[in-house]
Write a protein that binds this ligand. Structure first.
Ligand code: BG6
Length: 365
């Protein structure tokens, strides 16, 4: 039931402070500054033996996996990568003994991911699921995993499942990091920052009218670039995907650093760029990427932290988000992008919850 919301997509975007909390519920251990994920079905000894993590998924779930891989590698110092389910299956992948696989899927039924999981399992891999729909095929066929407990996601374009999949990876990264080098104090810092996310997200959701006005201003645009770096690079990809899915506007997501290697040729006054500028160690670099775009006549919309004068000086439009611990920016960045896609679709009269040619769960390869 949509309640006061015009569409499921909007309702699900606004549910995120709660759905993220549910993904964390009962899984955080402040006493030892770690996470408990009983569904992994792995002993501490087995977890300690993991030397590499490979995450597979499709669409939004793939981007959640990409972000998950960044966090596992940075926080837990375990080499981690994300791969498209559809590609890994036919690549005849090499399965190594101490590699742990995750199959990420909201529906738990996506054929590309399910068949890739079967291929990996056939080769003897241990595959865990990160899924929402309880009892669906992927959790049934995996060796264990984490249910994200988002509640039903009705809109075809995934929103709240993304932030909860990310949360599952954050908890897993914390658990693995605390078994290795991460100190109790650092673990606690991470936990406190993660627990604060729902509150900070509420502040971000209050910007909805501002984002709606932005969509109105840019509704004439035919092509967008979404640019971010580090943890926010997968978020840029997800922002572009969301816009394509629901508004049918062409959008490309890139690492802000990569545009100079080709995409900058697209820059003109009709092709705006949406920059993600968190207050982290890559901020300066992103600022100079922004200047490159501006100096070539491109319009810039920036998502940045409150009161960042340097960004205001360069950007044409700014949406501000609260400053948070560096790992938590992806949550605060993705929600405005979800809202932007939603309001663009609304502005253009699209069928928001049932976009053309898309299905909620794609059970063919
Ligand atoms: C699709 C949906 O085709 O499948 C996307 O349109 C979704 O929104 C993708 O992200 C993956 O779905 P799932 O259920 O495996 O997460």
């Amino acid at each position: 039931e949509k309640g006061p919301y015009q569409h499921y997509m909007l309702k699900e975007i606004f549910e995120q402070p709660e759905s993220i909390k549910r993904a964390m519920q009962g899984r955080i251990d402040e006493e030892y500054a770690t996470a408990h994920l009983g569904g992994l079905n792995m002993t501490s000894r087995e977890l300690l033996e993991v030397e590499q993590v490979v995450i597979i998924g499709a669409g939004t779930s793939y981007y959640a996996g990409m972000l998950g891989a960044y966090v596992i590698e940075q926080l837990a110092r375990i080499p981690a990568v994300a791969e498209l389910s559809s590609e890994i299956r036919y690549r005849n992948p090499v399965v190594r003994k101490n590699t742990l696989y995750f199959a990420v899927s909201q529906s738990g039924e996506t054929a590309d991911t399910l068949y890739a999981l079967r291929e990996l399992k056939r080769k003897g891999a241990r595959v865990l699921g990160i899924c929402n729909v309880v009892g669906s095929s992927i959790p049934r066929e995996s060796d264990g995993g984490v249910y994200i407990h988002s509640g039903p996601e009705i809109a075809v374009a995934s929103t709240k499942a993304f932030t909860s999949q990310v949360t599952a990876f954050y908890l897993f990264a914390l658990l693995m990091a605390r078994m290795r080098h991460l100190s109790y104090e650092e673990g606690l810092l991470f936990i406190r920052a993660l627990r604060e996310v729902p509150e900070r997200l509420r502040e971000v959701l209050e910007k909805a009218p501002e984002i709606k006005a932005l969509a109105r201003k840019y509704a004439w645009v035919k092509n967008f670039l979404f640019l971010g770096r580090g943890l926010n690079y997968p978020v840029a990809l997800e922002g572009a995907l969301k816009l394509k899915e629901v508004s049918y506007i062409h959008a490309e997501g890139y690492s802000a650093a990569e545009i100079k290697h080709g995409p900058i040729a697209l820059i003109n006054p009709e092709t705006p760029s949406v920059f993600l500028v968190p207050h982290d160690e890559l901020r300066e670099k992103v600022l100079s990427n922004m200047k490159e775009v501006k100096s070539r006549g491109g319009k810039v919309v920036a998502l940045c932290t409150e009161g960042d004068p340097d960004v205001r000086e360069i950007a044409d439009d700014v949406i501000e988000i609260p400053a948070v611990y560096r790992y938590m920016y992806p949550y605060l960045m993705v929600v405005p992008l979800q809202l932007f896609a939603y309001y663009m679709a609304l502005e253009l009269g699209r069928d928001v919850d049932q976009p053309r040619n898309l299905a909620k769960s794609v059970t063919v390869e």
